[in-house]
Design a protein around this ligand. Structure first.
Ligand code: PLP
Length: 367
């Protein structure tokens, strides 16, 4: 029999259903994937292979390979952030789980702006916390007023994601600075999920950590260097919190994948501008193609768009998508609202243009 803690997850199985759907089609038009369509850069692949060949196959330091930790610290200083400590984790997910388990006490409320990356709710519950969902529609931008209205006596944390999955919203310096003022005034600790930091299209990425040294920053190599299967990310923040997370990491993981960490040192030297430019073009294909037929926020970062379902009729919309072998993710995987769907534009331009044509046709027929 499953442990009691599993009963609180309310696993909707949306992702499993989508995976099965994709497998059932020949040549699906698959816009459901949350991972890059470019390959791991060659230099990074070669560094990992060499690391394995020369024998870096043993346990590593719990807090990460010193060369990688130093490189990350240097990068954060260059960004203007003042992190007391850094630890390498098993992807962004490893960082988020450890952050929740090391900080949340039973009954603590955690503010979660809706829509949100699906695992936030589950991780908070796993740690005994209570997710407090903040509806940010229709702008999908969190404001200081929304934070104030949702904060009560048991509210301790905010989980903040920019650039955001699934909306593509990327917050500006002015927005983050006003949000930081509010969280400080209310005594909230912030976990800033910035796993899409290299993918912003209209202005440079603005890190929460630059404005708030008490925050816990979570980043990852999964999306930015196309290595979600390699499982490397990192956390940065106050010394005591990172130390607590290291204690847990030692028992649970107990270190991030060592050959991948060696390769990640190389990754941080790479210029990913060509990939960012390619994604900016894909963003334009999606936004310019859909904006006059769908209500959708203009994606400023990450590689997702979050349009409203025509007439709000998901059943009809899904039927029409399936007839064209088009696979998207229903909004209810990310939101209590469920009136939207997520598309990933991390696919080849040709497939994306084809998908946009299908979506325009569907909107015309349903409109
Ligand atoms: N945070 C966000 C917002 C994500 O979208 C994802 C993956 O989809 C993650 C974290 C997890 O990243 P990782 O693969 O590094 O665990």
């Amino acid at each position: 029999m499953s442990a009691l803690r599993l009963t609180q997850f309310g696993n909707s199985g949306v992702y499993r259903q989508i995976f099965e759907l994709v497998r059932s089609f020949q040549n699906p038009v698959d816009l459901s994937l949350g991972q890059p369509n470019f390959d791991v850069p060659d230099e990074v692949k070669l560094a990992a292979i060499e690391a394995i060949n020369v024998g870096h196959n043993r346990y590593g330091n719990t807090k990460g390979l010193p060369a990688l930790v130093d490189k990350i610290k240097g990068m954060l200083v260059e960004e203007g952030s003042k992190a007391e400590d850094v630890m390498v984790t098993t992807g962004g997910t490893g960082g988020l789980v450890l952050a929740a388990l090391s900080m949340i006490n039973p009954g603590d409320e955690v503010l979660v702006p809706d829509p949100y990356f699906a695992i936030y709710e589950q991780i908070i519950r796993l740690a005994g916390g209570l997710p407090k969902i903040i509806d940010t529609a229709p702008s999908y931008r969190l404001t200081p007023e929304m934070i104030a209205a949702a904060t009560g006596p048991s509210t301790r944390f905010l989980i903040f994601n920019s650039p955001a999955n699934p909306t593509g919203v990327a917050y500006s310096e002015a927005e983050i600075s006003s949000l930081v003022k509010q969280t400080k005034a209310l005594g909230l600790r912030v976990v800033a999920d910035e796993v899409y930091d290299l993918f912003t299209y209209d202005r440079a990425h603005e890190s929460w950590l630059k404005h708030d040294a008490d925050a816990v920053l979570v980043r990852s190599f999964s999306k930015t260097f196309a290595m979600p299967g390699w499982r490397v990310g990192f956390v940065a923040g106050p010394e005591q919190i990172i130390e607590d997370m290291a204690v847990l990491q030692q028992f649970i993981y107990p270190c991030a994948h060592v050959p991948s960490q060696i390769a990640c040192v190389k990754a941080l030297d790479l210029d990913m501008t060509p990939q960012r430019i390619a994604y900016a073009k894909k963003r334009d294909i999606v936004y310019e193609g859909l904006a006059s037929h769908y209500d959708l926020p203009r994606p400023e970062g990450a590689f997702y768009a979050f349009p409203r379902i025509p007439n709000g009729d998901w059943t009809e919309f899904l039927k029409r998508c399936l007839a064209e072998k088009l696979v998207v993710v229903p909004g209810r995987a990310f939101s209590k609202q469920g009136d939207r769907f997520r598309i990933s534009f991390a696919v080849d331009d040709e497939l994306l243009e084809h998908a946009v044509k299908i979506l325009v046709q569907i909107a015309k027929k349903m409109g």
